[in-house]
Design a protein around this ligand. Structure first.
Ligand code: A3P
Length: 302
């Protein structure tokens, strides 16, 4: 789970792996249940921008892109604090931290982050007609990335072996629930709301093209040199070495880089290093069933 605290505060807190609770049919972290009523009653403002993803779909990448677009390509503005402090994660509750309180205290215009599936989004985001940017990533790479994140983040639930984790992922028995429901729910919502729906694979294929879509959606004009600056700033190599974007400011007792890096590989197709042929065929089959009739398709290689 992403953290928004000061390193020295977190170091004083005993670290333990989380258990999940059911909130309206979706497995979420226990503390989120405690803030459910205020979260559901969250007062979105018309100029809020919501960044929404299934975990490990490229949230941080989009966050940094949005910050760069909004600042007119100014890396200094993006260097003011770690990404998780700059953009509150609304359902995050972690000891002394509250993404909800941080969001409430933030002056407008706000950019906020959530991993909630579409049916659990606080209704005021719809009432206020807020802009939302969603990034989806193919289920195979998403599952692999999520597995390694569970291994390295000592407060995620215990992932077990890859085989066990993949079973849980396909069954939707992981934090934030079913990947299939998530990507499909948001895909269908985009026809009724101000939602820009992006794909991780498209961003890998042509980052400048996808950044242009973000800028257009946010009504920001980008000159060619600024666009180029944003592309350079948000490449995997540059984000991996950027301490304000790579989560290295989180203590290793929480996110252990010796186990796996937050900026791990950043590729399309790493799933081939993990899936057996039968696991791959099984996910393809479930994917075809779960996304049937939606028109939503994913590329698993470029
Ligand atoms: P991998 O584990 O496959 O490397 P999130 O921000 O939603 O938690 O997603 C993290 C995933 O996005 C990780 O995937 C990470 O490496 C990848 N990622 C982050 N920044 C990226 C970038 N600039 N380009 C490509 N992938 C990036």
């Amino acid at each position: 789970m992403d953290r928004g605290s000061r390193k020295e505060d977190v170091e004083l807190i005993p670290i333990q792996r989380s258990t999940l609770v059911d909130i309206k049919g979706v497995p979420l972290f226990g503390p989120t249940l405690e803030i459910w009523d205020p979260l559901w009653g969250f007062k979105a403002r018309p100029d809020d921008l919501l960044i929404c993803t299934y975990p490990k779909a490229g949230t941080t990448w989009l966050q940094e892109i949005v910050e760069m677009v909004q600042s007119g390509g100014d890396p200094q503005k993006c260097a003011r604090a770690p990404i998780y402090t700059r953009i509150p994660f609304i359902e995050l509750v972690h000891h002394i931290l509250s993404g909800l309180k941080d969001a409430e205290a933030m002056p407008s215009p706000r950019t906020l982050k959530t991993h909630l599936p579409v049916q659990l989004i606080p209704p005021s985001f719809w009432e206020q007609n807020c802009k939302i940017i969603y990034v989806a990533r193919n289920g195979k790479d998403n599952a692999v990335s999520y597995f390694h994140f569970h291994r390295m983040d000592q407060e995620m639930p215990e992932p077990g072996t890859w085989d066990q984790f993949l079973e849980d992922f396909i069954a939707g028995k992981v934090a934030w629930g079913s990947w299939f429901d998530h990507v499909r729910g948001w895909w269908e919502a985009k026809d009724h709301h101000r939602i820009l729906y992006l794909f991780y694979e498209d961003m890998k294929e042509d980052l400048a093209r996808e950044i242009r879509k973000v800028a257009q959606f946010l009504d920001v004009e980008l000159s060619a040199p600024i666009l180029n600056k944003i592309v350079q700033h948000t490449t995997f190599a540059n984000m991996k070495t950027n301490p304000m974007a790579n989560y290295s400011t989180v203590p290793p007792s929480v996110m252990d880089p010796a186990v796996s890096s937050f900026m791990r590989k950043g590729t399309v197709g790493d799933w081939k290093e993990h899936f057996t042929v039968s696991q791959s065929e099984h996910l393809d089959k479930v994917c075809a069933q779960e996304l049937e009739g939606s028109g939503l398709t994913f590329r698993t290689e470029l």
